[in-house]
Design a protein around this ligand. Sequence first.
Ligand SMILES: Cc1ncc(COP(=O)(O)O)c(C=O)c1O
Length: 389
Amino acid sequence: MNLAKRMEQFGEGVFSKLAEIRQIKEANGEPVIDLSVGAPNIAPAEHIRQTLSTTSLAEENYVYALHDQQELLLAVSAWYKKRYHVNLDPQTQICSLLGSQEGLAHISLTIVDEGDVVLVPDPCYPVFADGPKLAGAELYYMPQKKENDYLICLNDIPEDIAQKAKFMLVSYPNNPTTAMAPASFYEELVAFAKKYDIIVLHDNAYSELVFDGHECGSFLSTPGAMDIGIEFNSLSKTYGLAGARIGFCLGNAKIVQALKTLKSNMDYGMFLPIQKAAIAAIKGDQSCVEKTRKAYEHRRDVLCDGLNAIGWKIPKPSSTMFVWAPIPENYTNSSDFVMDLVEKAGVIVTPGSAFGPSGEGFVRLALVQNEEMLKKAVTAIAQSQILFI
Ligand SMILES: Cc1ncc(COP(=O)(O)O)c(C=O)c1O
């Protein structure tokens, strides 16, 4: 049996490999603390769960949704206006997604043809590269280096590549580096995109997870952004709705409409109770967003303070639900360090190399455990002596 050539570019994901290691260790009765996958474990506020629960009992909510409900589109438009000061036409500039991952995986099919060039950050959240690969695009990696505060250096993109590029993916607050971008970066980005006629896709999954009084808005509020780009947003982290799968693609009407058309041939819309829960989330009391933000900030402090105290010098991130840590000096390779860390301390983290070549030399720790478990992880790392062997 011959399967598609395109599958040759996709190996087993790093997270399944790490999950396998976890299973083996647990089967041997060895405790494991998993800080690898960025799976949020803070449940949605009660009013959101209540809406999901009551609407799930109604018999009429089991039909194919087919479209986004008008009430949802109006709620999203009002949310973007209030939260990000961005005006969106509900009919043409908003499309719901079965999680922003789904939209990020499919959007390339609407923009690129086989062999077109796509600019992708390095390191990056894996679907940024996998989506364009599925569409047969050629990738050009834009390094996000520590010495440039992990911002993409637009001036370093060669002229001939910029001329050929069809679209580029950008995302701040950034997974995995945790970097944030100033308004001036977005202004330069829009000017660059206009100069070379490149579409910009901005992923804004972590706009609400910013700490220490920092503020974060939307790429779409940059003058001119709506002419050349779209934004992805997600209710997974902001409202704890990760398992319900709900995100949005917003902005330039031509691109949003193309994705809507593609999706109308692929899925029959979002389960109606999830649409209602999303409305409850974005229209309801927003104190749950602040509560979630504070919970991640506290976890960050517990983990970073703990690791620094035992001699692993890592910077405190100002955003996201991750810590981007340089590997200890006694290691030269992030995968080797990750394997030793699980073996000797029972703590699972993600090797930086899994996010692209520029991720080598780092590991990503996800703040997906409670305070007690994070403290246990620090103690286990200290006792393993792995930092100084
Ligand atoms: C940067 C980034 N974008 C998108 C996603 C996917 O989110 P969703 O749950 O909306 O599919 C994630 C999930 O970890 C992420 O880190």
